[in-house]
Structures are given as structure tokens and as C-alpha cells.
Design a protein around this ligand. Structure first.
Ligand SMILES: [Zn+2]
Length: 494
């Protein structure tokens, strides 16, 4: 009698993200204080953002515009009527003891964004991730844990209110993600969209984009969610990915051992590459939300909505699809080129100037991107303009210069710009495609290297490369490579 081996339970992760994103308005959400990053502590404050008695907050119209544009770009329904609420809690960096946020009537709900995943074989999978809601709120200040007092030895903290009242949107996703990769892609696509819109710089180092991850694990096939854990304190996409992978592993191992998952908030520790418990959640906090009495409800008119809709740029997912369907690029190339809006616009300008799209893509993704990385520059900062790159590509295609020569003159074009043709003419770099001229050079080289010639004729055909190299050396790389190979092959045989 045989007994079947017990089937091992397969687990799957259920992941949702809450993202706080700082809007790139010049002034704060309810006052005229500057939002400049890196100012002297407590330089950008006033009675309104300090929550003094008797002051009246006024909504910055740009904040509403940016929030609505983000909502539209995330395929959400924009609420024609919404309002602000007070979220009560005490924290030393929150001078009012409440935060102005949106509770039951957020500005946008029921949206989605599309993530694109590429597996090892290059196969592309697209998936829609639901957006539960997007709401506007103000940021809190920042505590600086300064050290300990020299006399008493007691520790103390300083508070910087510059960030208090800076405009945020919080974007809450549906628990639609099933892997660390999907979650990291979601966060990146979200940032890409916000940057394309110009509503946020999405700078994670400066805290403009902060992600909290909710994650639980359940047996595959079960509908109910497992107990969820929240992970905070992640300041890069790779940290999000590693923290989730760690948590999936930790929770799965615990469940397999028959343990119970505790609902808690955990922190990602970069040093040890693990999550550690920060606090156990005992029920949900009661923030005693109530409508903010000092701010009028928000009504978005259909005229306003139409105007903001019409101002939206082409978004990353639309661009990716268009690059594949219209320009015939691979999904990979389309992804790389559309990651940054200014790079995609540069690329499109090169194509508009007449360059073949695949050639343009190769140059932008290859030499130009390497140069930008090395020099820590953005594409807008280089002297090589799209027209010139298109000109350079056309010189190669016309056979005027070789690809090697094009790469050689690139550094000059990067730093001084100007015309590619002018550089080629001035430096006398035009390709030698004249058969007679090339034959003369080849004859000289064969005569000067009798030993190698004999070895070649005795069967060491690998030496073809040596002769090609000699021709290139003699012509400073200007010999037409294809013609050189062809003529050399003929001469060596004879
Ligand atoms: Zn202020």
C-alpha cells in the first residue's frame, strides 16, 4: 500500500502600498510659506502652519490642481464635492495637535495604474493595480534627535517645522500585488506618472516620496486575507523589494511552523537587511476625525476638470504602447526610453529630425545614457542637441563616416555641440570608400608585413583581423570596414 506524500501548502503574498508624495508647489498647502528643501531649521514658518489660535488656513489652488491631475492620470473618479477633515493626534512635530487631511470624501477614488513586468525570457506581462483613493493633506514637521545634555545627561530632541504644512497627496492602492517585484514596479510607475505630470519631484532621498507597505500571506486559493503587517521606513525601490521578500519569507516560515502572525508595524533595517518589530497594533487608532470648520468644501467644476484634463501630457504607459506599436521598438527599449520624460522627449526629437527610431534608441540608451551617468548630468544639460544626433546618424547611414568615427567625435559633440558634419569635415574624418585608394593602402600593408602574409597563406586565417587592424591604424579608423574586409580577403587569396 502506498500513501501519497502530504501536499505542501503553497502560500501567496497580498500586498498594498500607501504612498505619501510631496507636491512640488512653491508654497505650503494652507499658507504662503516657502517649501524650499534645505532651508535653515524653522526658517519657513508662520502663524498658520504653526497652528496659532485665531488664524485661518486658505487652500493653495495649485495643490487642488495637482491632486486632481494626479487623480485623472491614475484613472480615478474625481469627486465633484469633497472636504477637509481634522485628524486628531499628538506628536511633538505637529504643533496644532491635529493634521488637516481628507477622511470620508477624498478628492479622487476608484482608479488604477498599469505595471509592466518583464521576466527573464523577456516576456512582458501587464497588470492593472487598483487605486483605492487619493487625498490631500498637510505634512508634519521633523524631529531631530540631537543627543544628550552635557550637564544633566538627559537626551533631547529638536523640532524643525519647515516641513509642517507642506502639501502632500496620499495614494492608497488596492491589495492587488502578489510579489515584491510587482510592488516595486507599482511604486516606480506611480513616481513616473507624478513626475511626468510635473506635480512632484518624487525624490526619495529628500522624503518627497515615502512608501508604507501592507503585507500578509495566505494559502493559495483562500479568499480571506491573512493578518497584515505594515512595513515603514523605506527610502528606495530596492529596499521595498528586499523588505517584502524578507517579510514573505518570515511570514511563510512562521505559518508553516504553526505560528500566528501578529498585526504590527515593522521597520526595514538596511544594515541587517531584515524587518524588525516597531510596535504592536491594538485595534485601529481613533483619530476622532471631524470636518475642518475653517476650510470651505471643495467643489471642482466641470469646466475646471476639462481644463486640467486637457493639460495632461502623454503618460508613460501610453508612450510605451505607442513606441512599440508606432515606432516598432521592443517592450524593453520602450520602457527604458520612457522612464524619464525628458529622455523620451529628446528621443522623440531625434526621430522627428529624421533619424531611424531604432538607431536613435540605440544611441540614446547606449552612449548618451552612459555619458549622462558618468558626468552626472541630465539630458537637458548636454550640448549635443537632438538635431545633431539625427545628423550624426544620417552620416553613418550615408556611409560618410563609420560608427567607430561617430563614437570618436561624440565627446566633442557632448561638450561643445555644433554640427556633426562640420566636425567631420574639419577633422578630415570622412570615410575612405574609394576602392582604388583602399587597395593602394592594403598593398602597402601586405608588403610591409611579409611574415604575417606568409603565415596567413599557410592557413593562419585568423590573421585577417591583424590586417584589418593595420588598415584602420593607417587610415586613423577612416577606412570603410566592410569594403576593407572584402578587398583584404581578395588580396590575401591572390
Ligand atoms: Zn506658514
Amino acid at each position: 500500500m502506498t500513501t501519497a506524500a502530504p501536499v505542501k501548502t503553497q502560500y501567496e503574498a497580498v500586498i498594498g502600498l500607501e504612498t505619501h508624495c510631496q507636491l512640488s508647489t512653491d508654497t505650503k498647502i494652507f499658507c504662503n510659506c516657502s517649501t524650499e528643501f534645505g532651508s535653515r531649521p524653522n526658517q519657513n514658518v508662520c502663524p498658520i502652519c504653526m497652528g496659532m489660535p485665531g488664524v485661518l488656513p486658505v487652500l493653495n489652488e495649485k495643490v487642488l490642481e495637482y491632486a486632481v491631475k494626479a487623480g485623472i492620470a491614475l484613472n480615478s473618479e474625481i469627486a465633484p464635492y469633497s472636504k477637509f477633515d481634522r485628524k486628531q493626534y499628538f506628536y511633538p512635530d505637529l504643533p496644532k495637535n491635529y493634521q488637516i487631511s481628507q477622511y470620508d470624501l477624498p478628492i479622487a477614488e476608484h482608479g488604477w495604474l498599469e505595471v509592466e513586468l518583464v521576466d527573464e525570457a523577456g516576456k512582458v506581462t501587464r497588470k492593472k493595480i487598483g487605486i483605492t483613493r487619493l487625498h490631500m493633506e498637510e505634512d508634519a514637521g521633523k524631529l531631530v534627535h540631537a543627543g544628550s545634555d552635557r550637564l544633566s545627561g538627559s537626551t533631547y530632541s529638536l523640532v524643525d517645522f519647515n516641513r509642517t504644512g507642506v502639501a502632500l497627496v496620499e495614494i492608497v492602492s488596492e491589495p492587488d500585488m502578489r510579489s515584491a517585484l510587482e510592488a516595486a514596479e507599482y511604486a516606480q510607475e506611480l513616481r513616473r506618472i507624478l513626475r511626468y505630470l510635473g506635480v512632484s519631484d518624487g525624490n526619495m532621498q529628500e522624503g518627497s516620496l515615502r512608501c508604507d507597505v501592507n503585507i500578509s500571506v495566505r494559502p493559495v486559493g483562500r479568499k480571506e486575507f491573512g493578518t497584515k503587517v505594515e512595513i515603514k521606513n523605506m527610502n528606495s525601490f530596492s529596499a521595498i523589494e528586499r523588505a517584502i521578500d524578507y517579510e514573505i519569507d518570515r511570514q511563510t516560515t512562521a505559518l508553516e511552523a504553526g505560528e500566528r502572525i501578529v498585526q504590527e508595524t515593522r521597520l526595514w533595517e538596511e544594515g541587517s537587511q531584515r524587518t524588525i518589530s516597531m510596535r504592536i497594533k491594538e485595534g485601529s487608532s481613533d483619530y476622532r476625525y471631524f470636518p475642518e470648520p475653517d476650510l470651505a468644501p471643495i467643489e471642482v467644476t466641470s469646466a475646471q476638470l476639462q481644463k486640467w484634463k486637457s493639460e495632461l501630457p502623454e503618460l508613460p504607459a501610453q508612450k510605451r504602447h505607442r513606441y512599440e506599436s508606432e515606432l516598432g521598438l521592443s517592450a524593453y527599449d520602450a520602457r527604458v526610453l520612457t522612464d524619464d520624460r525628458s529622455v523620451s522627449e529628446y528621443f522623440e526629437a531625434v526621430v522627428a529630425a529624421g533619424a531611424n527610431s531604432k538607431q536613435a534608441a540605440n544611441w540614446v540608451m547606449g552612449d548618451i545614457s552612459a555619458y549622462l551617468n558618468n558626468e552626472k548630468l541630465s539630458i537637458a544639460q548636454i550640448a549635443l542637441k537632438p538635431d545633431t544626433l539625427a545628423e550624426l546618424i544620417s552620416l553613418i547611414e550615408a556611409g560618410t563616416i563609420s560608427g567607430k568615427i561617430a563614437k570618436d567625435i561624440l565627446p566633442e559633440l557632448f561638450s561643445s555641440g555644433g554640427s556633426a558634419k562640420e566636425v567631420v569635415d574639419r577633422k578630415g574624418l570622412t570615410q575612405i570608400s574609394d576602392t582604388v585608394a583602399l587597395e593602394t593602402i592594403i598593398d602597402e600593408i601586405l608588403a610591409a608585413n611579409p611574415k604575417e602574409l606568409e603565415q596567413y597563406r599557410n592557413g593562419k586565417t585568423k590573421l585577417l583581423g591583424f590586417f584589418v587592424g593595420q588598415v584602420m591604424k593607417k587610415t586613423s579608423g577612416r577606412a570603410d570596414p566592410q569594403l576593407t574586409n572584402q578587398l583584404l580577403a581578395q588580396k590575401l587569396k591572390s
